[in-house]
Ligand binder design. Structure first.
Ligand code: HEM
Length: 504
């Protein structure tokens, strides 16, 4: 009797499980059937195509580029429950970002990003809509205000012309420049955002650097809860550490913003936080009160958090890549040095006014950004309504990724795409060529990188300072690996060592 009872219970369980599986499969696959979706590899139940990348020894962007050889330039994947479409050529990127400028300007929400952005209250990861538009407008005004003075040059000279240069000069023999570059980048960004006194070794700068390194090592591909929301009830240890880091950084940002508000003087603008407060106060007279009421204190602190965080990994790894290419191509390095020597000389540091004459040096920077983009699959977009791309249906909410790596290495567009050739960015007479369509490190359209206006001059000045002051050399017998390490979120070079020789 007891056995029959268990058997009965077992059959009931099996039936329930089968029914649950059928319903689940219907929700995963069945509902998509009414759409003409792009082709793609068959997803497994629940986890989707995650294993395709987890098993891969290759990098995710490279693997995504390879998938386009099988499925075509637009294909469809599933990361857990998240439907994703990957675009692998310029025509599709243009359709998604320019031809349909708002349709794909949304952002997918995820568990980890909601923690960082306090529920999507920043610019970079919040969804497309009136709040995002106003928040971005105010931040963009604040950046322009900041850049209208000589502040950027002053901060770069301090963090790199003094800080990083002295640290590099003190190195004897072989060393990895990543730590000095990283520290100088966070010092520069801290001084940019909060003033010089916040750029020291015990400050938020160092906290942020530790968080960035943790993020890259442990969660660059997202937290498990991003793909399987049910896991959030388990309170995983990794996620708790992630939360603690975020809380530490946000607490400091709230404190700094408050301090700036209290001591704000419109006649004495000290840093970007002051510019943001000034832009916010101007908006009070220029914008409709109902629009402005959508923005809380949290939105302004989150704007600060975006400006502070978005430039750290992007800048430090762009510089790490540029230096490894200078080491690998000593002729290019000498040619850039000659240009800097002619334009600037060696007795003063390169400044903002020199930028338009440092054409070859800029082409070196762009060519290393083309070959090793630090955001190789951009920042994911999302369809804000049912739409079409490349003739396929893209249901509302689908995550859309623009595979920059594929565009930057497209053999249909670039001659010998794997070769390092800065001349691609110059006309025959050495003047800058128009921006190539397939070069999109900052993306384009409504969501184009807000910091492009800062990053381009900042990175060019820093690179020019490095080349002016040092010759970067490979040690005899040392192998340089130009293959990228790192996951989907950041594209990091493998650790490498250099020797620096002072030019003076
Ligand atoms: C090498 C340097 C940098 C690179 C390669 C880079 C790249 C990008 C990319 C690809 C996006 C996504 C665009 C899209 O969604 O289509 C982005 C967004 C953004 N970037 Fe940058 N970035 C860099 C530096 C910076 C800096 C220095 C700042 C701040 C001053 C910054 C602030 C932002 C912000 C706020 C967004 C979000 C824009 C939005 O969603 O509306 N970035 N960046």
């Amino acid at each position: 009797m007891l056995e029959l009872g268990w058997l009965h219970f077992g059959i009931t369980q099996a039936l329930c499980l089968a029914l649950f599986t059928v319903v689940l499969l219907y929700f995963i696959y069945g509902r998509g059937k009414r759409y003409n979706l792009p082709p793609g590899p068959t997803p497994l139940p629940i986890i989707g195509n995650v294993l395709l990348f987890a098993r891969s020894k290759k990098n995710v962007p490279l693997e995504m580029t390879d998938l386009a050889k099988t499925y075509g330039p637009i294909y469809h994947l599933r990361f857990g429950f998240m439907r994703t479409v990957v675009l692998n050529n310029y025509e599709l990127a243009k359709e998604a970002l320019l031809t349909k400028p708002t349709e794909f300007a949304g952002r997918p929400r995820s568990y980890s990003m909601d923690i960082i952005t306090e529920g999507g209250k920043d610019i970079a990861l919040s969804d497309y809509g009136p709040t995002w538009r106003l928040q971005r407008k105010i931040a963009s005004k604040a950046l322009r205000k900041y850049l209208s003075g000589s502040e950027l040059e002053k901060r770069v000279h301090k963090a790199f012309g003094e800080g990083a240069i002295n640290a590099l000069a003190a190195e004897k023999g072989l060393f990895n420049p990543r730590e000095h570059i990283s520290y100088a980048v966070v010092s520069f960004i801290s001084a940019f955002c909060f003033g010089e006194s916040h750029a020291d070794k015990d400050s938020l700068a160092v906290k942020m650097l530790k968080f960035s390194d943790f993020f890259l090592e442990v969660s660059a591909n997202g937290l498990p809860e991003d793909f399987l929301p049910a896991l959030r009830h388990l309170r995983l240890k990794k996620s708790q550490i992630f939360r603690d880091y975020v809380k530490g950084v946000l607490d400091d940002l709230y404190k700094l913003y408050k301090e700036h508000e209290i001591s704000f003087d419109p006649e004495n603008i000290r840093d970007f936080t002051d510019c943001l407060i000034a832009a916010e106060r101007e908006a009070r007279t220029e914008e409709a009160p109902a629009d402005l009421a959508q923005l809380s204190n949290t939105h302004f602190v989150q704007t600060l958090s975006d400006i502070f965080a978005a430039g750290i990994d992007t800048s430090r790894f762009t510089l790490c890549w540029a230096i490894i290419y200078l080491v690998a191509f000593p002729d290019v390095q000498e040619k850039a040095f000659k240009e800097i020597e002619n334009v600037v000389g060696t007795s003063r540091l390169p400044g903002m006014d020199d930028r338009k004459s440092l054409r070859y040096t800029e082409a070196v920077l762009f060519e290393s950004m083309r070959l090793r983009p630090v955001t190789p699959v951009g920042v994911p977009h999302a369809a804000i309504k049912d739409e079409q791309l490349g003739g396929y249906d893209i249901p509302k909410g689908t995550m859309v990724m623009i595979n920059q790596w594929a565009l930057h290495h497209d053999p249909e567009f670039w001659k010998d795409p794997e070769e390092f050739r800065p001349e691609r960015f110059l006309e025959a007479d050495g003047t800058p060529a128009p921006k190539p369509d397939n070069f999109l490190p900052f993306s384009m359209g409504r969501r184009v990188c807000l910091g492009e206006v800062v990053a381009k001059p900042e990175l060019l000045l820093i690179l020019a300072i490095f080349i002016q002051k040092f010759r970067f050399l490979k040690a005899p017998g040392e192998k340089l690996c130009l293959d990228p390490a790192g996951g989907i979120g950041g594209f990091v070079p493998h650790p490498y060592n250099v020797i620096v020789e002072s030019r003076n």
